[in-house]
Design a protein around this ligand. Sequence first.
Ligand SMILES: Cc1ncc(COP(=O)(O)O)c(C=O)c1O
Length: 345
Amino acid sequence: VRHLLYDDYSEGAHPAILDAIREANSGQEMGYGHDSHSALAARRIIGALGVDADVQFVSGGTQANLIGLAAMLRPHEGVVAAQTAHINVNETGAVEATGHKVITLPSADGKVTAAMIDEACALHTDEHTVKPRVVFLSQATERGTVYSVDELHALVDHAHRVGLLVYLDGARLAMAVAAWSPSMLHDLAALGVDVLYIGGTKNGGLFGEALVLCNPAIRTDFRYIMKQRGGLLAKGRAIGAQFARFFADDGLWLKLGADANASAHRLGTGLAAAGIELVQPVVTNQVFALLDDAVVEPLSRQFGFYVWERRGDGQSVVRLVCSWATPDEAVDEFIAAASPVAGSR
Ligand SMILES: Cc1ncc(COP(=O)(O)O)c(C=O)c1O
């Protein structure tokens, strides 16, 4: 196989991140995130967001989501999400396993709308149903789309007006911010997202995500909830050092997100020029392309990618994920191999 485009996990860490871990390796530090690297990382994240917040680090995205949501929900409460949401489709029921229903509604582009929030509330009105309490947003979404600041503003306002909190899954937040504007980071916290998760693993980190608790009410006993759910990493410096490096003055975190987006744009533009339909405009680092089934099989012997949807009409949607490390040559080779003229038919 020439190159893997399965997901954002086919690379190791960016060399600067690995250096940061190596540098943080020597010397003694307190355990469980009480180390100087985690403290520096938290200060830098708070500086980038421009809000007062508590920042905690966990090792992975599923863990971030189930811990963040567990801290926001009482036993009878549920979380409203798009049907495509990662917590609904790809986390083995981890949120439900903590006792909280994921209330899902259909969404073509992966986004939640105010109408969806209203519909979820209208369907859950009394003690015989779960009580909607949190709206789960992904930025970027699982479809690679991005909420604008105006959209987010309206959604957060609406959710709060109807008594719901907002959780934002930012596994690919760097790509979303890079696609929009660096000021989005500032705006996110300012417009009242209650809990925000900033992704590191998909963006050149070795592992680790930052949970940013903007709403003070969510901070109570948060570390108890982390510990009980296996999320309190003993050698916390390993994540702290990575996030301190991501949010150092050279803006590495955002640069890597922009690099991933640039590769995806190159790929999307090339495929479209070759006459291949993209089912979703390329905004971040994911490309969803419609390929003939006859092309998919030979192509999958050369490149790693997931078939996202089998249409049953001789065509399938494939998902192609680029990362900060995707070489242009691999992108160009994929375009040539998939192209109806020059390719493998
Ligand atoms: C939107 C979103 N959230 C969270 C995650 C994190 O999941 P994991 O548990 O694999 O780190 C992913 C990974 O694919 C994702 O796409």
